[in-house]
Write a protein that binds this ligand. Sequence first.
Ligand SMILES: [Zn+2]
Length: 168
Amino acid sequence: MRGSGPVGEAAEGGTPRDPGFKSPRAHTQRFRLDDTLDVRDTAKYLEAITPDSPEAKSIIGEVYEKRFVEISCKQGSMDAHIWVYTGPRGDYLLVPRSFCSCKDFMIRTASTKKTLACKHLIGLELAVKLGKKREVSLSADECVRVVFEILEKNVSPTLRKALYTLQE
Ligand SMILES: [Zn+2]
């Protein structure tokens, strides 16, 4: 006999379940870092980077293309900043001298510790030192949208649109 009675489990008593609920945390779990990563080593390494450093070669062109963006997220008296690399194949979230959401950083820096930084962290360092960063101001809602778009789609149309309409 099929089709009789309630479908699914835990229909009675106990803890109520909500199968429709999806935690936004699920998208960020893959970004969890190995807890032995020491960001101080990365910071020290990046502090010493100059446009003449051999490591600068692979990213300096993109620095001059102004691919590194500082977003100011204003809400009341709060002014938070997020950093994004806008690449030809996608966008990455950055924390200066500490973190990049690219695969290379996740694998070679955070996990296996073969390198102290990915090329985006090096590029961001140079963009700040050379005054080549772009700056854009967004609402707190837009900032959250930018972060989720990058985590979910690897590119942020919200940020691209803001940069496109930016008067420079
Ligand atoms: Zn990176």
